[in-house]
Design a protein around this ligand. Structure first.
Ligand code: NAD
Ligand code: IPM
Ligand code: MN
Length: 351
């Protein structure tokens, strides 16, 4: 039987709480199947940084890179903690992993499952996926500041967009749209102001479109996209956008499709040169950490995305079917993290 080597980075805050449930679900969904997961845990995150000063050493990176896939909970300390100023964890750990492992596709599906309450009165059929660029944009650290702290301070954070980087993610998004029933791609940018980066994105989308005549192409400025995500989310099928717009839009997308506790993501290296990394969209949620009340569903659905990526579609479907059934029966009563995880495991084992 196939043995898949999985790196697990539980991380900080609610990360370890939700990852424990996700691993139970992974076990249940793959029990007796033809793939077995061999997991190795890595204690990385803010807690480790505060104790040792290390975020992700070269040795850590080399070790994690050897695995077939990575499951991450969430990393990051309490916002505002002066010891974590400078985004050490976000940049030094999470973004370093995404960049070093060339996760140029950040895949963030948004599906409003049946009977799940949405804050929208009439959401319609919400089923779209955001293909967020993962290695460029304003995230790359191409910035600097002078005269810091003075009245004349100047701070720059330059968005980097390369033809190579834009084309590969746009191509992936077209292929994804072409494989979906509605075959629609929406580029979201801000071409009316960001003429250089926006111009590059627009031109590349227009060029690649000629190779995918079956895909309908649409364009929205990012501000207008936030309107339509709230007033008419059913208009979206595949959204392709840059790293920062994609970050912001996917928290909004989570909110309209059942909440941040349900939003899953995959940081994909489509070339297969490096392991892809699966994680909930949410962070370490310091406001609820340690209470056992975090919703593990986003981490569990991230396991389903991982199983898809590893070409184990039946196991992925087992997870998704159990989640869909579980969320459909969620009433007002609040269950704990482990109660939700156990209920989903029970549903998988009952089939
Ligand atoms: P957050 O996503 O951690 O929390 C935002 C809000 O959503 C909070 O009220 C939180 O309680 C709630 N929430 C999040 N996940 C939930 C869940 N599973 N169930 C129920 N409620 C949930 O965002 P934040 O507060 O802006 O960031 C906290 C820390 O996490 C920061 O250090 C940030 O940098 C980091 N972060 C990490 C990741 C990651 O590891 N991928 C992602 C986002 C933020
Ligand atoms: C996310 C997070 C990260 C991002 C942060 C923590 C670096 O918000 O995964 O959405 O901005 O990508
Ligand atoms: Mn985010």
């Amino acid at each position: 039987s196939r043995v898949i080597s999985l790196a697990v980075i539980p991380g900080d805050g609610i990360g370890p709480e939700v990852v424990a449930e996700a691993l139970n679900v992974l076990q249940a969904a793959t029990d007796g199947g033809d793939a077995a997961f061999d997991t190795t845990q890595y204690a990385l995150g803010a807690a480790r940084y505060l104790a040792t000063g290390d975020t992700l050493t070269d040795e850590d990176l080399a070790a994690v890179s050897q695995h077939d896939a990575i499951l991450l909970g969430a990393v990051g300390g309490t916002p505002g903690d002066p010891r974590l100023a400078g985004a050490n964890i976000e940049r030094g750990l999470l973004l370093r992993l995404r960049f070093a492992l060339d996760h140029y596709v950040n895949l963030r599906p948004s599906v409003l499952f049946p009977s799940v309450p949405s804050p929208l009165a009439d959401p319609g059929d919400v089923d779209f996926v955001v293909v967020r660029e993962g290695t460029e944009g304003p995230y790359v650290g191409n910035g600097g500041a002078i005269r810091v702290g003075s009245a004349n301070e100047v701070a720059n954070e330059v968005s980097v967009n390369t033809a190579f980087g834009v084309e590969r993610v746009v191509r992936y998004a077209f292929a994804a749209a072409s494989a979906r029933p509605r075959k629609k791609l929406t580029l979201v940018h801000k071409t009316n102001v960001l003429v250089f980066a926006g111009g590059l994105w627009k031109r590349i989308v227009d060029e690649v479109a000629s190779e995918f005549p079956d895909v309908t192409v649409d364009y929205l400025h990012v501000d207008a996209a936030t309107i339509f995500l709230v007033t008419d989310p059913a208009r979206f099928d595949v959204i392709v956008t840059d790293n920062l717009f994609g970050d912001i839009l996917t928290d909004l997308a989570a909110a309209i499709s059942g909440g941040i506790g349900l939003a899953a993501s995959g940081n994909i290296n489509p070339d297969g040169r490096f392991p892809s990394m699966f994680e909930p969209v949410h962070g370490s949620a310091p406001d609820i950490a340690g209470q056992g009340i975090a919703d593990p569903t986003a981490a569990i659905l991230s396991v389903a995305l991982m199983l898809d990526h590893l070409e184990l579609p039946e196991a992925a479907d087992r997870v998704r079917r159990a989640v869909v059934a579980d969320v459909a029966e969620r009433g007002e009563g609040h269950r704990s993290t482990s109660e939700i995880g156990a209920a989903i495991v029970d549903r998988i084992r009952a089939h």
